[in-house]
Design a binder for this molecule. Sequence first.
Ligand code: C2E
Ligand code: MG
Ligand code: MG
Length: 755
Amino acid sequence: MSNSKLHSDQDREDRRAATGQDTGYGGEPHGAAAKGIGLQAAWRKRTPGEQPVILIVDDDLAQRLLMRETLYDIDLVVLEAENGAEAVKVFGRNPPDLVLMDVKMPKMDGFAACAMMRKLPGGQDAAIVLVTGLDDFDSIQQAFDIGATDFITKPVNWPLLSHRVRYLLRASKAFRNLRQSERRLSIAQNIASLGNWDWDIDKNTVYCSEQMYRIFGFTQGESAAAYEMFLARVHPEERESVLDQVKKALQSRKPYSIDYRIVLPEGACRNVHEQADVVHDADGNAVSMHGTVQDITERINAEEKIRYLAYYDALTGLPNRQLFLEHVNQALLTAQRDRSKLALLYLDLDRFKRINDTLGHSAGDKLLKKISICLADSIRSSDIVAKACLPCKSGVTLSRLGGDEFTILLTGLAEGEHAARVARRILELLSLPVNIAGQEVYVSGSIGITLYPSDGDDVDTLLRNADVAMYHAKESGRNSFQFFSEQMNSRAMEKLSIETDLKKALERRELLVYYQPQIDLITGKVAGVEALVRWQHPRLGLVSPAMFIPIAEETGFIVEIGGWVMLESCRQARQWQQQGVPPLRMGVNISSLQFKQQSMASLVRQALEETGLEARYLELELTESAIMQNVDQVNDTLNELKEIGVNLSVDDFGTGYSSMSYLKRFPLDTLKIDRSFVKDITTDPNDAAIIKAIIALAKSLGLKTIAEGVETEDQLRFLREQRCDEMQGFLASKPLPAAEVEQFFAEKRKFCQFF
Ligand code: C2E
Ligand code: MG
Ligand code: MG
């Protein structure tokens, strides 16, 4: 059938059905096939077997019929229109691959229709062939001007037409494929924010992809692309190095790969990554360059954000430990090379925890922020650093290591001692009140200083030694600074070894309890004993609690030790009772950490149950600092303990901070007057007055008083005159092992001589 010039109606129907095409010469596609037509159809991808679509436009029905029949042996879908206006409509619905269009038509001629089609979606892809008069040169010229692909002259050479159409369809297909791959490339470049350029060096012309214009903030066609125009957008600081790279690449004929910033007209910056290569001729002369530019701003921003999170402290914005370590390492390299000095100041705020505990964590955070701003400002603006450091190499970095710990690194230091100037200034600054949530808060700090090269030549040693020096500053009264010394180090080492040994002391049964008698100042009889823990260290001998209790508190080990002492002393008290010793009170020291962490009531209940001691013989010695924090919670615990029936005393009274109102409110029994007041009562009228006042206060609150550290008869006399209830001290007895206290009970008449 394909050989026959004219084909049957049935055949035509079949074709239409196959393509979803309606009958009638208007050839408007309907149904499923038509639905896909629209914007996407404009650059719709044709599947390999899909027939090309041709649109025949002529007002002469015979002409259309002839054309259609002529093309019959080509496998295509034919659409028809009888004038320009209708052709534009058909085109809009179903962009064809080829348009064969008469020029002269009513309503709208071929030129106008061609011009309109070119503007439609897909209009650039179709081949539009205008059918003009043989000698109508004007029309041929005009057809070219409005963008026709080709022309055919009338009268049409019918035998040639189908060949012509085949050629045109092939060209159109190639053209369409080209445009499609260009589009694909453009889409891919868009997704990758990647542009490309070619630079013809001789002609100095540059081709740039659409994306390239976009990245550099130009609108395409704004001006002809020129290398200088793009270079002008490169950040001024980097322009030189970009040019340098290009020159080097041209000379060496090697590719390059660089990152740089560009500045857009409105001032925003973009980061780009550029890769380019040089093409050269047979003589080795560079003739052109080809490159890609990728917008990597988002990646760089993300990297910067990650870097910020990794290197800066979120609360204060200061460099964190990680960055600080890097800074010190860098500074050490420079100092080694220049043979210069550097100092590392380790600052820890004093009693910062107390602020957190009393004002809450958000107030604590605010305080840390304010302090870091104040430190940063002062370090940046003040002349202290300038005076301490050599002008040429000086540098200072403030970091927050975590919690309430800050470090200051001073480089290019003229004299090691000059770091003291900086430390002093920081302490002065810290002593100023800070306003937090309408409340004036006073903080102080302790600073440890290490110097390079004398105190260490690596960051770990310098930091560790500065930490040791800082602790030393704290121990020697806080609000001060200390330079590191080797002696400190050996003390710190000893402390560390004690810390390690202490962990094993309990299981190795190295802990003992000594008991110190407490004497009733009216009867002269033993009213009670205080349990005082001792450590029989295998190497150091008997270690005083003054040495190891603070370490046990720092490490939290006190909780376990305290629990053991409680059980051991209750057991001892019960044993004495069973041995016939008249019942006496057993005083047990409770650390503030233990009081906070342990459920005191259940610990006490358990110890009493386990040993069979009656509650009224147990007295818990609490420090002022333990009971003056979280007073509501403390009050609950104290009441719970009181319900059990134990006695409660305030130890070392007068050395801490007690609020009268709480002393009144809490269910306390005893005040133990600290030894420091007792020591000079007979020589210092002030101390005598304080003791009198404490005893009077205790009486008014209905509390018993026990004077601690009584060593002389004069002290004893004074205390009796003041009607202090009990005394404890070397005058009566030192703390003794259980067996020796038993002897003391037996011979207690010895002590009664004073009464
Ligand atoms: P503390 O509770 O104030 O105990 C009294 C301290 O004063 C004891 O020191 C005692 O030996 C000493 N002392 C008593 N009379 C005199 C005197 O006349 N002159 C002098 N110079 N000192 C006297 P010790 O045993 O070294 O204990 C020191 C501190 O260690 C205790 O002070 C207490 O705070 C703590 N501690 C002792 N045992 C424990 C315990 O089991 N748990 C807890 N949490 N702390 C304990
Ligand atoms: Mg005590
Ligand atoms: Mg005491």
